[in-house]
Design a protein around this ligand. Structure first.
Ligand code: NAD
Length: 481
């Protein structure tokens, strides 16, 4: 069985302790490769390699960092088909989604931050004839990047690219649930000529490898994307060491659909925002609030389209819904259907697992599910499920919609559907959310701040926000008198 390797000091290496954990193909429900079960020793080796490389990399001209990161983007583009199939096999997502979203976005992340570093300038503040200040943006040194399984290479590169572009050396950990494309990525870094030690990728469990990065006294910043509970644990360990922290956490995103929306556009986008990637995108809308005059029309059309969705082999180009990422996760997601019923909800579409034939008979498949009749305060509407389950609920007034939308501990993303410009902006202003999409969803401009409020996180990624996070500002004051 294929063994995935760590990437430390420019080499592909087995874990020091020689232990491995199983890597599952979720569509087959079977082990198909082995992941290094790395530990503190591997992290220490990765740290030493990064520390040795940090100074030279930080002093490398921006044009050279641009050239290498851009070259990695070229190689991702070259290997698009292979990477997309690997992502689909590892994660269960439809290969078409990986080919059109995940892998192109990984390439864009590398290219965007490669070019952005050419435009990132230090600031100066004049003080008339008394003097001036200039503020240097210097690399932090060695930084840690920890990412989740839902958009594996997409989110991994979203962190690594700005960290490297700004001249840091990186110790990175992809999710142990979906390690494979990070492994292929390490091979591309070698091919692109990334100097050894500048990026180190250590595979393994969160509680071992992730926590070894978090508690390492000399890894000075942590960029983390994952669940809110893990984020709280990372903050608990890292904050007393005064590490810089960027935490991108969970969500329970509302869609507010007013009666005056463009119904067809809203409907086709709501299908995607509900069920893309099996509902396993932190930005998916899982609480759908619909204004009463169009509630029944919406419900009937939504149920019709949801029931028509094809849940098939994710490597089939026509697949719209693939497999849920793991046995543990499908068990958790399905348990919320039982909870919703106990809470008085009515399942009006889906609600069951899908038993596939042949080689997929052990795969983790379920039907996209719609639940109606629940109050906004119940657990089903308050807790993150992170699967293909949405609830729908009618509302009458704008105030009521805002009260429902803002009622959870989360505040990552929200969607507003209306043709009334004033109402759209008024609601956007009042939503407790880091991101609001008006009459669209998942339209991304990599320059914009990305992140959540409340329990959805601390800090922002994207554009200059990321470049600022991965640098220390040093102000130098010059007195001219
Ligand atoms: P997770 O928190 O279980 O794991 C994320 C990463 O953290 C993994 O690499 C894991 O190994 C590691 N980890 C686990 N325990 C750790 C510890 N004690 N110390 C350090 N690292 C540790 O999350 P997940 O299940 O992989 O991903 C799903 C979650 O991610 C959902 O809550 C989703 O909303 C969230 N997410 C958020 C965003 C965002 O941008 N806000 C994007 C994608 C996913």
């Amino acid at each position: 069985m294929e063994k995935i390797a760590n990437y430390i000091n420019g080499e592909l290496l087995a874990p020091v302790a020689g232990k491995y954990i199983d890597n599952y193909n979720p569509a087959l429900g079977e082990v198909y490769s082995l992941i290094p079960d790395s530990d503190e020793q591997d992290i220490e080796n990765a740290y030493k390699a990064a520390a040795a490389a940090a100074q030279a990399w930080g002093n490398t001209q921006a044009e050279e960092r641009f050239r290498i990161l851009n070259r990695i983007a070229d190689l991702i583009d070259r290997d698009l088909d292979q990477l997309a199939m690997a992502e689909s096999t590892d994660n269960g997502k439809p290969v078409k989604l990986a080919k059109t979203v995940d892998i192109p976005r990984a390439s864009s992340n590398m290219r965007f931050f490669a070019t952005s570093i050419l435009h990132f300038a230090n600031e100066a503040h004049g003080m008339e004839d008394r003097g001036f200040n200039y503020t240097l943006r210097q690399p932090i040194g060695v930084v840690g990047c920890i990412s989740p399984w839902n958009l594996p290479l997409y989110l991994f590169t979203w962190k690594i690219a700005p960290a490297l572009a700004t001249g840091n050396a990186v110790v990175a950990k992809p999710s142990e649930v979906t390690p494979y494309t990070a492994y292929l990525f390490s091979k591309l870094c070698i091919e692109a000529g990334l100097p050894k030690g500048v990026l180190n990728i250590v595979h393994g469990l969160g509680g071992k490898v992730g926590s070894a990065i978090t508690k390492h006294p000399r890894i000075k910043a942590i960029s983390f994307t994952g669940g809110t509970v893990t984020g709280a644990e990372i903050a608990r360990v890292a904050a007393p060491m005064f590490k810089k922290l960027s935490l991108e956490l969970g969500g329970k995103n509302p869609n507010i659909i007013f009666a005056d929306c463009d119904f067809d556009k809203m409907m086709s986008t709501t299908m995607r925002s509900s069920f893309a990637n099996q509902g396993q995108i932190c930005l998916c809308g899982s609480r759908i609030y619909v204004q009463r005059p169009i509630y029944e029309k919406f419900r009937d059309e939504f149920v019709k389209r949801t029931e028509a969705m094809r849940v098939v082999d994710p490597s089939d180009e026509k697949s719209q819904m693939g497999a849920i990422v793991s046995q543990g996760h499908i068990d958790k997601v399905m348990s919320y259907i039982e909870l919703a019923k106990e809470e008085g909800g009515k399942v009006i579409a889906g609600g069951t697992r899908v038993q596939m034939d042949g080689k997929f008979s052990k795969g983790y498949f379920m039907r996209p599910t719609i639940i109606e009749g629940l109050p906004h305060t119940c657990r089903t509407n308050q807790e993150e499920i992170f699967g293909p389950i949405v609830t729908i609920q009618p509302f009458d007034t704008e105030e009521e919609a805002l009260e429902y939308a803002n009622s959870t501990q989360y505040g990552l993303a929200a969607t507003v559907w209306t043709q009334d410009v004033n109402k759209a902006h008024r609601v956007a202003t009042k939503l407790e959310s880091g991101i609001v999409w008006i009459n669209c969803w998942l339209v991304r401009d990599l320059r914009t701040p990305f992140g959540g409020v409340k329990s959805s996180g601390v800090g922002r990624e994207g554009g200059f926000e990321a470049l600022r996070f991965f640098t220390e500002a040093k102000n130098v004051c010059v007195n001219l008198s």
